[in-house]
Design a binder for this molecule. Structure first.
Ligand SMILES: [Zn+2]
Length: 675
């Protein structure tokens, strides 16, 4: 194929992928050639007659596979943001092929012999600190992939990795299918209780599905959560909640439970082959936490206080519900609705009254302005970039001396064919191995589009969170591609994103950017104070629904991978064992827990959010103690974390910023769990 854009130069701003010219059929040949080139490069390194040195082996590895990386990045981004049946089919076809390709390299004995030789004499190589860490990281990655195993075991490792890649892909596609398939189609008369923004979003969702004049609730979090919060129709709330909770559990070819069973068996087998008792022990060995026990200890530290707080919250909800004429116990489809009523009564805050002050465009500007004040960055919109969807916005990012440092893409709206949730990703990562390469970073959100688009306070937090990840990619200042930006340990990667969320709550940010979409008036001071005072409200619920999932993840991955695992029975026993309050549902039930099963990234790693929250609460407390949320000296030390990528140990990085080890107390305060 001569006109395949992957085989020619990209004359676009920042060499952005030419989305307008890319077609699904371009990917298979590009993947094939990418893998072929990569293997050729690896073979040249492995069979070189020169003795191994850092340049010909480690730097050689860092230079290898560029075409494949480029194709893979574009593909992964498009299948997450704008997938279609053709992309899904390619994904199912190539996920195992790419896993086999990766195994072939990671289990290459000749290549590993050279890395091992360098690693053994690492003290004599006179390496710079980033090079030393890079060598150790490559060596560890190979060992953790099975490089020390005998040929039969290597073959088995590789076989399992391929099968897991297929299972992960299917799992994610099944969840998206269930989310896209289901909709609650409503008429005007069914909308009792819904504020204007939720009506407008439901009308948009119906329109996007060819149901003009109707209203549709979908299983995207941004659609179903407001419905559960405001709908006065308990019967409809129940139907929506049950459909949401049932994603991935429909018997038949889209059922995710058999996939979970197989994934668990295979992960446990891989861990055993590598000499670990469990997948959790294997996974945690290469994190900041180091052991499942350390992660569990942190989860336990919040679990009981959270249960106490949730019990108090439930009592308030029950009182409100009785006054409302509900004589049954609070059910999971009631909690959000009554919590909102209690919040309105207790803090006199009405989510529907707050939302008009959170206009998407203004909150984007607030995030940009915070990046300017903390890190001297400016965001300038570019309208000359190719886009894969008309809603995608592109910004050139410039530093204090007006030099471009990267490109930032913002994809904010929910739509069919886009995975739910919010995430940051890259089309290209920063590096400086053979000249400076600037990063191209994308943030995906799933806000309900409106005119204008209005956000909840939580949505605004999500936007700041992903933008924090975005800055981690954009501010990266490393030499080697595999150390760039967010390539840090899983339980550290949420620190830059979560700490950034604190700046949304800085009163001067809210005073300036939270403005009414019609009048332009700032958020009334009284409402602002109430909003901040209410931040610990319902944190019992939020902590329970998250922490239960984090404990479930570690529990599941600490078991030996029973072949007969009955996912439903496991879940039932587990929630009984931990004393899960029955009126609170798991934030993610196993059958749609994409963090664990749509990929391996967060498997035995969902605790990472809370682990990083210890750091973010403690880290932001430094600014509070200082009395200036934009203190230049502290911001400069924080910026060093965003720029370091994986060139340093995370704990060392944190200490350099904070001047001491992290403490847990600020986290308990932040969530209102301190006793
Ligand atoms: Zn995150």
């Amino acid at each position: 194929m001569t006109n395949n854009p992957f085989f020619g130069p990209w004359n676009t701003p920042f060499e952005l992928p030419p989305f307008d010219r890319l077609r699904p059929e371009h990917f298979p040949p590009a993947f094939d050639r990418g893998m072929q080139e990569h293997i050729g490069e690896i073979e040249r390194i492995a069979s070189s007659s020169e003795p191994a040195n850092f340049a010909n082996t480690i730097e050689g590895l860092e230079r290898s596979g560029r075409l494949l990386r480029r194709v893979g990045r574009v593909f992964n981004n498009l299948t997450s943001s704008v997938t279609n049946p053709e992309f899904d089919a390619i994904d199912r076809d190539y996920a195992p092929k790419l896993a086999a390709h990766r195994s072939r390299i990671m289990l290459d004995a000749g290549l590993f012999a050279r890395i091992g030789a360098l690693w053994r004499k690492r003290d004599e190589l006179d390496l710079a600190p980033d090079q030393r860490r890079l060598l150790e990281r490559h060596h560890l990655n190979f060992v953790r992939a099975g490089a020390l195993l005998n040929p039969a075991r290597k073959a088995r490792m590789s076989e399992i990795s391929e099968r897991l890649a297929s299972l992960h892909t299917l799992f994610g596609q099944n969840v998206l299918h269930d989310e896209d398939e289901w909709r609650l189609v409503l008429d005007e008369r069914d909308l009792a209780g819904l504020p204007d923004f939720a009506r407008a979003a439901a009308a948009e969702a119906a329109k996007a599905r060819g149901l003009d004049g109707k209203y549709a609730i979908t299983l995207a979090r941004a659609s179903v959560e407001p419905f559960l919060t405001f709908s006065a129709r308990r019967d409809l709330r129940r139907a929506a909640y049950q459909a949401w909770a049932a994603r991935g559990t429909h018997p038949g070819e889209r059922d995710n439970r058999p996939l979970i069973r197989e994934i668990m068996v295979l992960r446990a087998e891989q861990a055993r082959l590598l000499g670990y008792d469990s997948f959790a022990a294997y996974r945690l060995d290469d994190t900041m936490a180091k052991t499942p026990e350390a992660a569990q200890a942190l989860l336990r530290e919040v679990w009981e206080p959270a249960k106490h707080k949730a019990a108090d919250e439930r009592a308030e909800l029950a009182t409100m519900a009785r006054a409302d004429g509900l004589n049954e116990p609070i059910a999971p489809w009631d909690w959000r609705d009554y919590a909102e009523k209690v919040r309105q009564a207790k803090y006199a805050i009405d989510e529907a009254a707050v939302k008009p002050y959170f206009v998407l465009d203004n909150i984007v500007q607030a995030a940009f302005d915070t990046a300017r004040r903390l890190f001297d960055l400016r965001f300038v919109e570019r309208r000359d970039c190719p886009v894969y969807h008309p809603d995608l916005r592109a910004y050139e990012v410039r530093d204090a001396s007006d030099r471009p440092i990267g490109l930032f893409l913002h994809d904010n709206f929910a739509r069919p064919g886009k995975h739910s949730g919010a995430w940051m990703s890259s089309y290209r990562e920063q590096e400086a191995l053979d000249g400076e390469v600037l990063p191209i970073v994308v943030n995906n959100n799933n806000f309900s589009k409106g005119d204008p688009t209005l956000l909840s306070f939580d949505d605004a937090h999500t936007l700041f969170h992903e933008f924090g990840h975005g800055l981690h990619g954009l501010l990266s200042r490393v030499r080697y591609p595999s150390q760039a930006g967010t390539a840090v340990r899983r339980d550290f990667v949420e620190f830059p994103s979560q700490v950034f969320e604190h700046w949304l709550e800085v009163p001067e940010t809210l005073r300036r950017y939270a403005r009414h979409y019609r009048t332009g008036d700032p958020l009334p001071e009284e409402l602002l104070q109430k909003l901040l005072a209410a931040r610990t409200f319902n944190q019992g619920f939020a902590t329970i629904e998250y922490t239960a999932c984090a404990m479930l993840d570690l529990d599941l991955h600490s078991s030996a991978g029973r072949r007969e695992l009955d996912v439903d029975a496991f879940e039932k026993e587990f929630v009984a064992k931990i004393g899960m309050p029955p009126e609170i549902g798991l934030r993610h039930r196993p059958a749609h827990f994409g963090h664990l099963f749509a990929g391996g990234g967060y498997a035995a790693g969902y605790y990472a959010y809370l682990w990083a929250e210890v750091l973010d609460a403690d880290g932001f407390a430094a600014f509070v103690e200082n009395g200036d949320p934009f203190d230049p000296a502290l911001s400069a030390r924080l910026k060093a974390i965003y720029s370091a990528g994986d060139t340093m140990d995370p704990m060392q990085l944190y200490r350099a910023f904070r001047g001491r080890d992290p403490e847990v107390a600020p986290l308990l305060n932040k969530r209102g769990l301190a006793t």
